[in-house]
Design a protein around this ligand. Structure first.
Ligand code: TXA
Ligand code: MG
Length: 535
């Protein structure tokens, strides 16, 4: 099928109206995002929307009208609250869910007994509805799961050849989808945040509630109030992570990540990174809403594997930006704003740093042992999936990772260690970050990350200073042989797999030689004393 690319003029509106009356699909600009419209009263036409988008059948569509008189036939009964909302916010970025009438086909409501109604403000959308004389069912005009389209070009990128036409009405002025509220609960419940904020809605409706799915993952087996909330959504192909905290730690962290990554950040910040996309001004939530979907699309155009996104404030329309980003990140959020000082301690195997760490604990400093967290990480289903992809299915036995086999496979092949790190480090980092927050809440004076391979992770970026513990090789060998029951050969293999002592030292801020534990402990106490912590 050839997709007509129409200008926003009278002739195009007439063409679009004819296509819609004939049961076809037209992507139309709205103030929020582009919508893929079909006749809402024609179940067959609506089915085509689901096919073109690859949309799950159980996700209902919003019906778009151009004036209030068009509403009564679509709903079971009218409601004063609907008119109060209409008076204040329509035409505009608000969708209201009510009991549906028999006119609404099951294809639109996806089997629910309710219908979502919205009156858009974009002149082209209104003109098409008027000219066709039809209520229009229209989801966002993207392939299901992808970032929503805020320009006609985005629609073409996703749907060219699959729909009859698109009208180019310029970039969308709001940039995120409408707010969805249901009047079917008491009090009314916000199902999806958007251009109209909860505060604005409360001015008209009094108390409303916010569905918890706005902020967090649905529980397993929980039925979604708004089916759209249960899918991975708004997502580029790249793996997205939201980073909370100021620009300074964000910049340091990204630089420490290296590799095939990009920054999705606020205006003026992008110049600090090799690859970056900006999505609005830091304190201007409306500008963030306008820019976010395009930035996520650009990440894919550039082919980046990982995107780190500045986490927006969930306030005003920023709540909508936050909600969309959470889904595009599959809820991966790293909060690097710790509220306590964080230090790192590292060193080669057998240097005795974990023993030394007990001294820090005595001083009220929370020690985070990443070796332990690495074991916990292996229990994560996502990590197990990555590992079997990398090293083969036989490393899982009875639902658990066979660590000995994994170590053998990883350490014996070239590049195996890096591959192992790629699979496990993201989860270990998440667990470490969680532990630091827990330590802060529990009243620790500071946190100390104990990590043998600290420098193979981006964690030094969150550390105020890094301590390196050293010991002569013979002593280290003796220690690990005794501790782990290793043969000479095994011990040598472990030692040789690590970076050189010089390398560790060069990257650290403070060096403690650990031959006598007592002397090493004194040096540690001295270090933290100088940093302002006293036992
Ligand atoms: O701004 C917008 O709302 C855009 C433009 C094109 O108008 N449309 C849009 O549609 O975002 P869509 O299909 O991408 O999202 C519709 C959302 C979904 O989360 C869906 O589950 C929810 O509205 N929804 C639709 N009908 C519903 C109903 N009867 N009950 C609960 N949620 C409903
Ligand atoms: Mg959508």
């Amino acid at each position: 099928m050839k997709t007509l690319y129409l200008k926003d003029d009278e002739k195009s509106i007439a063409t679009a109206a004819e296509i819609l009356k004939g049961g076809g699909l037209v992507a139309i600009p709205t103030e929020t995002v582009y919508g893929l419209a079909a006749n809402a009263l024609d179940g067959e036409a609506v089915k085509r929307i689901f096919e073109a988008k690859g949309r799950p059948q159980d996700n209902p569509l919003i019906v778009h009208v151009s004036c209030a008189q068009e509403i009564p036939p679509l709903v079971a009964e009218t409601d004063e609250r609907l008119y109060a909302l209409a008076e204040k916010f329509w035409p505009g970025p608000l969708t209201v869910v009510m009991k549906k009438s028999a006119l609404i086909p099951d294809e639109v409501s996806a089997g629910l007994d309710t219908v979502a109604i919205r009156m858009p403000s974009h002149p082209a959308a209104r003109a098409v509805i008027k000219a066709s004389g039809l209520p229009l069912a229209a989801p966002s005009a993207n392939l299901s799961g992808r970032p929503s389209p805020t320009k006609a070009r985005h629609v073409m990128d996703d749907l060219e050849g699959k729909i009859d036409a698109v009208i180019d009405g310029g970039p969308c002025s709001v940039g995120v989808e409408s707010t969805v509220i249901t009047l079917e609960t008491e009090p009314p419940m916000l199902l999806r945040p958007g251009g109209i904020t909860p505060e604005q809605l409360e001015e008209v409706l009094g108390k409303i509630t916010v569905n918890h799915a706005v902020y967090e993952k649905l529980n397993e087996n929980e039925e979604a109030r708004s089916p759209g909330m249960k899918y991975k959504h708004y997502a580029p192909k790249a793996e997205v992570t939201l980073i909370k905290g100021g620009f300074e730690v964000y910049e340091k962290y990204l630089k420490a990540c290296g590799g095939d990554i990009c920054a999705v950040c606020y205006e003026g910040e992008g110049k600090n990174f090799d690859i970056s996309f900006e999505f609005g001004k830091k304190d201007d939530y409306a500008s963030q809403a306008r820019g976010i979907f395009e930035a996520l699309r650009q990440v894919d155009e550039k082919g980046c594997k990982k995107a780190f996104v500045r986490c927006p404030e969930p306030r005003g329309i920023g709540l909508a930006v936050y909600n969309r980003l959470l889904r595009s990140a599959a809820f991966r959020v790293l909060d690097l704003d710790f509220g306590i000082a964080v230090y790192g301690i590292t060193g080669q195997t057998g240097s005795g740093k974990s023993t030394l760490c007990k001294k820090a604990e005595d001083m009220g400093i929370a020690v985070i042992y990443t070796d332990k967290l690495a074991r916990t990480a292996l229990e994560s289903k996502a990590v197990q999936k990555a590992l079997t992809g990398a090293f083969g299915g036989d490393i899982i036995e009875n639902g658990a990772v066979n660590r000995a086999l994994l170590a053998k496979k990883a350490f014996s092949s070239p590049g195996g260690t890096e591959l192992l790190n790629t699979c496990t480090h993201p989860e270990i980092i998440r667990l470490t970050v969680d532990e630091i927050h827990r330590a802060q809440k529990a009243g620790a004076k500071a946190a100390l990350i104990d990590a043998p391979v600290l420098f193979a992770t981006p964690l030094p970026a969150v550390c105020r200073k890094v301590i390196c513990v050293t010991a002569p090789e013979e002593l280290r060998k003796k220690r690990i042989k005794e501790r782990d029951g290793l043969t000479d050969e095994q011990a040598d293999m472990r030692i040789n797999a690590q970076q050189s002592e010089e390398d560790y030292k060069a990257k650290s801020d403070y060096i403690i030689e650990n031959i006598s534990l007592e002397e090493a402990e004194n040096k540690l106490t001295e270090f933290f004393g100088k940093e302002g912590y006293y036992a």
